[in-house]
Write a protein that binds this ligand. Structure first.
Ligand SMILES: *Cc1c(COP(=O)(O)O)cnc(C)c1O
Length: 424
């Protein structure tokens, strides 16, 4: 199957002259898999079309937000209406109150919430709130977890940082990183050691409740519960970074799915329904520290933007009306995982609608084991799948994201292409 790529190539050449690497986010580049990134023109349902007219089954869903598929008619209509009403006021609006009410209804642990504009901003602000509340400085994060690109979180971060081969970013001062303590995912003893070495100094432990930026790494039985217990024993806040898992695993996110409550949570991706949105929230006592109520300063010109709120609210309401969606998503995830496992290509980890095929045979439980994957084999697999009209993440250490509009036939097409690759 020969695909035309002339227009993508020409746009890429132009983009490279004015955008670093030709992209506005490194995870869109094809550096890890080779070739020219496909420039997208439009999307509908579970399909993408690039500027040369090639059609793809979309397996990344904008890295999570598009859980209802592209161009959901209700979301589009709500956005169109909001645009006409006014794109930004810099003043309070009703949709923001509705958003706060809806989230605390769906996630009872979130008694108060603050809307921001990205997952990065949500994490950065949640860490500040945790520090302001506890009057402590240190934060525990796990190797391979990605929490956006705030300085203090670019220490052994996953996603594009991991793909780039650099555990840490240039431009982060030792000062910015010195209060970040590193633990090993699924290893409670590593967290206990940090608590023992830093008594009374750890403000928060931040974790992706399902690791989804080093491929997909589920929490081992008891891991999240163990973190909760350690945090309680040490007067430390537990932050779930639910930028991916929020509203994807369940309406109540990972807190509901695993039955573990966090003190603060961060959201992004689905909460904006495709618009640039993030949020952080949690216990009233902690969120009351945030300005103008409290002394932790945090602000945003476009925070709670009416168009973004319309997209997010409509997406969340649609999920709320259809709780069966999570069983359907999980069934699809399971079917795809089983089929990919049967190809013998590697290890498949799956939680609900998130999954990852690691090109290795060993179990993948943390950053170290994820890194054993054969990234050159992934690159060949990626190119094969792309040529068959399947758009995967252009890097090994990312998740596949399924949506409610992926059909059984789509899954069959993906599996047939993977089998073809395995047999060649
Ligand atoms: C994507 C992601 C972020 C960062 O969100 P942005 O909107 O890209 O800034 C933070 N945490 C996790 C777990 C993510 O997957």
């Amino acid at each position: 199957m020969v695909q035309q790529t002339e227009k993508s190539q020409s746009l890429f050449e132009r983009a490279c002259k004015v955008l670093p690497g030709g992209v506005n986010s490194p995870v869109r580049a094809f550096n890890a898999v080779g070739g020219c990134p496909r420039f997208m023109a439009r999307a509908s349902g579970a399909r993408l079309w690039d500027v040369d007219g090639n059609e793809y089954i979309d397996c990344i869903g904008s890295w999570g937000p598009m859980i209802l598929g592209h161009g959901d008619p209700e979301v589009v209509e709500a956005v169109q209406k909001a645009v006409v009403d006014g794109m930004s006021f810099g003043a309070a609006t009703g949709r923001e109150a509705e958003m706060g009410e809806l989230i605390s209804q769906l996630v009872p642990q979130v008694e108060m919430i603050r809307m921001v504009n990205s997952g990065t901003e949500a994490v950065m602000s949640a860490l500040r709130a945790a520090r302001g509340f506890t009057h402590r400085h240190k934060i525990v994060k796990f190797a391979g977890c990605y929490h956006g690109h705030a300085d203090s979180m670019l220490v052994k971060a996953g996603s594009g940082v991991l793909t780039g081969g650099d555990p840490d970013s240039a431009g982060v001062t030792p000062g910015a990183a010195q209060d970040t303590l590193l633990a090993r995912y699924n290893d409670l003893a590593s967290v206990e050691t940090l608590f023992a070495e830093n008594p009374g100094q750890i403000a928060a432990v931040i974790v992706e409740p399902v690791g989804a930026n080093m491929g997909v790494v589920p929490p081992a039985a008891g891991f999240l519960q163990g973190l909760r217990k350690l945090c309680d024993q040490n007067g430390t806040l537990l932050i779930f970074d639910e930028v991916i898992t929020g509203f994807r695993l369940a309406l109540g996110g990972a807190q509901e799915y695993f039955g573990v409550s966090a003190d603060l949570v961060t959201y992004g991706k689905i909460i904006g329904g495709g618009m640039p949105v993030g949020a952080y929230g949690g216990r009233r006592e902690i969120m009351s520290c945030v300005s103008p109520l409290g002394k932790v300063y945090q602000a945003g010109t476009l925070s709670g933007n009416p168009v973004a709120m319309a997209a997010g609210l409509t997406t969340l309401r649609k999920l709320q009306r259809d709780p069966g969606i999570y069983d359907r998503l999980a069934q699809k995830g399971q079917k795809l995982a089983e089929g990919l496992r049967a190809t013998g290509l590697g290890t498949v980890n799956q939680v609900g609608s998130l999954l990852c095929l690691f090109f290795q045979q060993g179990p993948v439980t943390d950053y170290e084991s994820a890194k054993n994957s054969d990234t050159a084999a992934y690159a060949r697999y990626f190119q094969h799948m792309l040529s068959r009209g399947i758009y995967l993440a252009p890097a090994q250490f990312e998740a596949m994201f399924l949506s409610d509009v992926h059909t059984q036939e789509d899954l069959e097409t993906i599996l047939a292409a993977a089998r073809e690759f395995a047999n060649q």
